[in-house]
Design a protein around this ligand. Structure first.
Ligand SMILES: CN1CCN(c2ccc(C(=O)Nc3n[nH]c4c3C=[N+](C(=O)[C@H](O)c3ccccc3)C4)cc2)CC1
Length: 325
């Protein structure tokens, strides 16, 4: 990437970057155009705020945005990761990838401005769809498949651009809204891969890794390819169709590594058809080359969705209540 080698002047932040060129790669937003309003999400990923961005292109009114704040006390390592990820994100443009708007730097904090996704993360959403009493769920199987197709399309774009996400999981996907026009998008591009999160596991002192979303070649040999993301996508299918269960219930990360390395796999969720389950299992083939690519996956899911319109019926009680209580 041109700015890394850099010929122009360099800034104090890090000699690594030639700032004279960084401007045309990512948008540097003046801090006075940003109004931070309220926190919308807080978790291991840091803090995300609802904010307004003034003077955006043709808009008369300020644009609502999500503002991800990098703690001002963070390490040099996190700062440089922040910028490298920002540059990578700025190159990605796809309807199923959370849009990157720009960064804002001032002496004591770094802001990452991203597309506002008001529906929250995918895992929390499907958990909210669980049945309480006899009220049918707010989603049908058709809706669940739609969410998975959205994520698969985003992954297909990453695959085409030879970008490996390395952390494909329902918790890292966001929804534009909770209503029927919801769109699922992939977010959180390793920005926080080194922030402690319950789903991550320090394998003999190495970085935190989300073992339950990883294939054997990744957690055993540290080999990451697009087929690593395919395995993770298979886990997302299972998470969506179990309405947000934790994979391998009751098993520790260590037990999962042994279980999966021996060929053990997740069971078929009740609400999921045999064909959807066999697609999941194909994503979990031992050899990466035996797993489908995201083009195959997207086509297969669209075919499954077309095959039967009875999927449009709401998830009703007798079928799944036993599995989700
Ligand atoms: C009743 N419900 C409660 C939950 N609620 C929310 C909860 C969280 C959010 C939220 O964080 N929205 C975001 N929009 N854009 C980005 C977001 C996060 N980003 C990030 O980059 C975060 O790192 C990230 C990435 C993936 C998943 C989570 C967080 C970029 C919105 C609504 C709606 C109403």
């Amino acid at each position: 990437t041109p700015f890394l080698s850099g010929s122009g002047g360099v800034s104090s932040i890090s000699p690594l970057y030639d700032w004279s060129q960084i401007n045309d790669i990512i948008h540097i937003i003046p801090r006075n155009k940003i109004t931070v309003q309220r926190m919308i999400g807080k978790g291991a990923f840091g803090e995300v705020y609802y904010g307004l961005l003034a003077d955006v292109a043709r808009l008369q009114t300020p644009l609502p945005v999500a503002i991800k704040m990098l703690p001002s006390l963070c390490s040099e390592q996190s700062k440089s990761e922040f910028f490298v990820e920002a540059v990578l994100l700025s190159k990605l443009r796809h309807p199923n990838i959370v849009k990157f708007l720009g960064i804002s730097i001032d002496e004591n904090s770094l802001y990452l401005l991203l597309e506002l996704m008001e529906g929250g993360d995918l895992k929390s959403f499907v958990r909210e769809c669980r049945l309480n009493g006899d009220v049918p769920s707010k989603v049908s199987i058709y809706d669940l498949l739609n969410l998975c197709i959205d994520v698969a399309k985003g992954c297909e774009y990453l695959e085409q651009n030879r970008f490996i996400h390395r952390d494909i999981a329902a918790r890292n996907c966001l929804l534009s809204e909770k209503g029927p026009n919801r769109v699922a998008k992939i977010a959180d591009f390793g920005m926080t891969k080194n922030v402690f999160r319950t789903n991550y596991y320090r394998k003999n002192g190495k970085a935190m890794v989300p073992v339950k979303w990883m294939p054997p070649e990744a957690f055993h040999d540290g080999v990451f390819t697009t087929k690593t993301d395919v395995w993770g996508f298979g886990i997302i299918l299972w998470e969506v169709f179990t309405l947000g269960r934790i994979p391998y219930p009751g098993k520790s990360n260590n037990e999962v590594m042994t279980f999966v390395a021996k060929g053990g796999r997740l069971d078929k969720p009740d609400q999921c058809s045999q064909e959807t389950y066999s697609l999941m299992c194909n994503c979990w083939m031992n050899k990466p080359e035996d797993r489908p690519n995201f083009r195959n996956i997207t086509e297969e899911l669209i075919q499954i969705q077309k095959n039967s319109d009875l999927l449009k019926e709401r998830i009703t009680n007798e079928k799944i209540s036993r599995d989700y209580n």
